[in-house]
Design a protein around this ligand. Structure first.
Ligand code: NAD
Length: 489
């Protein structure tokens, strides 16, 4: 069966192109899928436009839209094993992590299903004039282009699709060309749940060919993009001539700040998961460890000792604790960052190489790496490497910690470790990041907004603001007893 989903029909790419999807853990062929291009994207936009302009989805009562999202959540739960397996084969991530992700995907649909059904954002305005009915209502934005990355393929898509549908929009999804399978499976579930044809459309293919037209096309009302900073800038520039609404979820170079009064064991443990989970391919990864001077030596020694023995392996290796990188190209980028760090004076404490286990030689593995004695000007400290690379900097006091933590163009997430609640909250309030964890790292819930400050982007996903992102606000004023004004008599 072809894999592009346009106007309710499964279609092959207009020019017949195909792409091989290979598992990053061992290079085996997962499948060959249709590779869309500009013509397919244009057809998908046309289908979404027609479905929006003619309905019925945008005018379906919110309660009914919410119920459909809840049905999708049930179907996601039902298909969790096959979805998780497909996600792991595309990304190379451990099956157990994909299973967590699929639970989060279902919870996201459930949250937005309930929020949509509850309604309640519209307001009646008291104008002080009994002859007027004035109300502020919230309507769908229109045709939404949803562009997503490869690290959490279905989860990132769900964060956009669930609120976009809840608000009554139609959409074209363009997932990463590297990880298309769970998006294909989701389209089937949306159809099974009863979503009208043309409401959900899927185009597979590369960013510059299948993705770029989405930002440029006048028929698209909004682009919600999750991906890298450089691509985000391109999307923003391409969307400017048509002044479309945009939301950008970009990268991070997230500080994890550990004060000397932190709970030591927990802080060491979380410093590892913060950056080495999913081999650091997490937008909110705690890739910059900032440690207070007096704690530095023992803390880094303990982190390094444990990083050295993290078992690597493929999705179905039960002993593995983290997996491969997404591609050879991505690994080469990380190798270059580590080399640059060492050349600029960082001290390589562990990793910095591919594993020598022959069983891993067909995958894109890279050892968990710790670079100590880093400084804020180093490239490896400034740029998002998006890999298993932890840089360590020292600080003396609160002010220095805050200054170092905020010394980045990004502002996605941050962690603070201290048993002094006053200090922890003081520092948290000074950190310029969309999410701050105190004595923790990485948890999120669908009820709380997610997004970045500074060049980590703008707009919010999840939470009530995540739904509002996909709504227009309209003021409707009705004069209940119109009389001539007589102004021009
Ligand atoms: P990427 O920017 O290379 O690609 C993201 C998506 O954009 C892909 O679907 C790609 O095909 C598409 N694309 C590429 N060029 C395009 C163009 N010119 N026009 C339209 N679409 C285009 O990012 P990636 O490598 O897939 O993902 C990793 C990045 O995503 C990291 O920087 C990471 O921090 C970020 N990310 C951010 C969040 C967040 O919540 N802020 C979450 C996950 C990932």
């Amino acid at each position: 069966m072809p894999e592009l989903f346009i106007g309710g029909a499964w279609t092959a790419a207009a020019d017949g192109a195909k792409r091989e999807i290979r598992c990053p853990a061992d290079g085996t062929l997962v499948a060959t899928v249709d590779e869309g291009g500009p013509r397919d994207t244009s057809a998908a936009i046309a289908a979404a436009r027609t479905a929006f302009d003619r309905g019925p989805w945008p005018t379906t009562p919110a309660a009914e839209r919410g119920r459909l999202l809840l049905r999708v959540a049930d179907l996601l739960e039902r298909d969790k094993p096959s979805l998780a397996r497909a996600e792991s084969l595309d990304t190379g991530k451990r099956l157990v992590e994909s299973e967590f992700d699929m639970t989060d995907v279902a919870n996201c649909f459930r949250y937005f299903g309930n929020l949509t059904a509850a309604g309640g954002r519209d307001r009646i305005i008291d104008t002080g004039d009994p002859g007027v009915d004035s109300r502020v209502v919230h309507e769908p934005v229109g045709v939404c282009a949803l562009i997503t990355p490869w690290n959490y393929p279905l989860l990132q898509a769900a964060w956009k699709i669930a609120p976009a549908l809840g608000a009554g929009n139609t959409f074209v999804l363009k997932p990463s060309e590297l990880t298309p399978h769970t998006a294909i499976m989701l389209m089937r579930l949306l159809t099974e749940a009863g979503l009208p044809d043309g409401t959900a459309n899927l185009v597979l293919g590369a960013g510059p060919t299948a993705g770029a037209p989405l930002s440029e096309d006048q028929r698209v009302d909004m682009v919600s993009f999750t991906g890298g900073l450089v691509t985000g800038r391109r999307v923003m520039a391409a969307a400017a001539p048509t002044v479309k609404k945009i939301a950008l979820e970009l990268g991070g170079k997230n500080p994890n700040v550990v004060f000397a009064d932190a709970d030591y064991e927990a802080a060491v443990d979380y410093a590892l998961t913060a950056v080495f989970l999913h081999s650091g391919q997490v937008c909110s990864a705690g890739a910059r460890l900032l440690v207070q001077d007096e704690l530095h030596d023992s803390f880094v020694e303990d982190v390094v000792t444990r990083a050295r023995v993290i078992p690597l392996g493929g999705p179905f290796d039960e002993h593995a604790r983290t997996g491969p990188l997404i591609s050879a190209k991505h690994r080469a980028k990380i190798e270059a960052y580590v080399a640059a760090g060492v050349a600029e004076g960082a001290v390589l404490r562990c990793g910095g190489a591919r594993p020598d286990d022959p069983a891993l030689s067909d995958g894109f593995y890279y050892l968990p790496t710790v670079l100590d004695e880093c400084t804020p000007t180093m490239t490896v400290v400034r740029d998002e490497s998006f890999g298993p690379v932890l840089t360590v900097e020292r600080f003396r006091n609160e002010d220095e910690a805050v200054a170092l933590a905020n010394d980045t163009v990004y502002g996605l997430s941050a962690g603070v470790w201290s048993q002094d609640a006053g200090r922890a909250h003081r520092v948290a309030s000074r950190l310029r990041a969309g999410t701050v964890w105190i004595n923790d790292f990485q948890p999120y819930v669908p009820q709380a907004e997610w997004g970045g400050m500074k060049q980590s982007g703008f707009g919010r996903e999840l939470g009530p603001a995540g739904l509002a992102e996909y709504q227009e606000t309209k003021h409707v004023w009705r004069n209940l007893a119109p009389r001539p004004l007589g102004w021009f008599e």
